[in-house]
Design a protein around this ligand. Sequence first.
Ligand SMILES: Cc1ncc(COP(=O)(O)O)c(C=O)c1O
Length: 435
Amino acid sequence: MSRLAMFGGTRTVDADAGASPAAAWPIVTDAEREAVLRVLDSGRLTSVERGEVQLLEQEWANYSGVRHCAALSSGTAAIELALVATRLEPGAEVLVPAFSFVATAAAPALRGFVPVYVDIDPVTYTIDPAAAAAAITPRTQAILAVHLHGLPCDMDALRALADRHGLFLVEDAAQAHGATYRGRQTGALGDVAAFSLNASKNLPTSGEGGLLTTDDESLYERVVLHRQFGEDLTGRGERAYLSKVIAGNAKLSSVQAAFTRCQLARLTERHEQRDRNVRRFLGRLAALGGIVTPRCPDDRTHAWFQLRLRFDNEKMGCPDVAPGALRTMLQRALRAEGVPVRPYQSLPLPAQPALRAALPPDRPYRPEDHPTTLAVIEDSLTMQRWHLNPAAGPLLERCADAFEKVWDQLELLLPPARSMTYRPLWQTEVPAAHA
Ligand SMILES: Cc1ncc(COP(=O)(O)O)c(C=O)c1O
């Protein structure tokens, strides 16, 4: 048995693997270079009519199976404008999962709405419809359904709940381009949806960007108004400089739209190869005792934006080791072998210092309100980025070798895990900064 790298043995995955072309993301080919240069040479750099931005909007609307798409400056802006354009009342409550990226809750808070945090489902890690039902009050006006890691939420249950209470159903599909629920694309599953085009995402741009999709024409028109200074720029002729609502600037540039159009042309083909690579990798990991690999219910497809791995201390034969301590030792051992595992989200959203400071006084943060979120944070790690590249198959095989090596010698990790002083971040009060 070869010695673990953390104890001086040879690492399983090459040190430069992360910088290799097989792990690169986004993939930049001559198509992207030429498209970007074409825009630069055209002189049409802003979102001019019938330019790259409008073409991207049309193509994404077609791909998603919706009537309208608006290109925006970020996924966060897309969530903000989705909520603004649904015309929620000031102070309206928006149900959000307690487990997500901070923008899911910051977007409603920035627009004067109140995020109300709901625990997640232990299998899908997405908002639990039963817990969402229990969180509804007379002030609730929307549900923000986050397709976390690329797996669509239980949208039928959420739709039924929204309809029963007259709520808007908004998709945060920032991580879920191309995933499907009962044969329909994300982006077409709620009243309105927000996607991120950040360079790390499955459908990236060369920096920051976002897309908003909806079938609702008047909602779309309000988004367009809010994306550019409240001006109606759909008519022909001279710009009138007439602002109909107070609004900022959340446009996407032509260069970025051109880059994303090239990525979109390869989205399906890359997804199919990624799906094969990831399933093979997860299959090898699932054979190791105690690793809970992501599950994708039969009625959905997964975009595999991130791969979350939970570690079951009972099945690993060490129920006495705190999940967080076990996870910390596994992270050290796997990273020493060259596997880039890392936590993704170390706090439930309401425990984020900024969001915690904004909680209504009658609803302080209580860890016991979101037990599944806390359990997942404590006992899991994620794989990010490498697996997005369709050429990453052999690299993932090496990563699986590393997991097998560590699992063969798990007993060596248990004494340090037992003796370490471990304190979860959510038990530490970090003050919010003064704005
Ligand atoms: C779930 C989720 N929502 C919203 C966002 C915000 O997207 P952006 O970074 O494009 O503003 C992200 C970005 O990572 C995300 O993961």
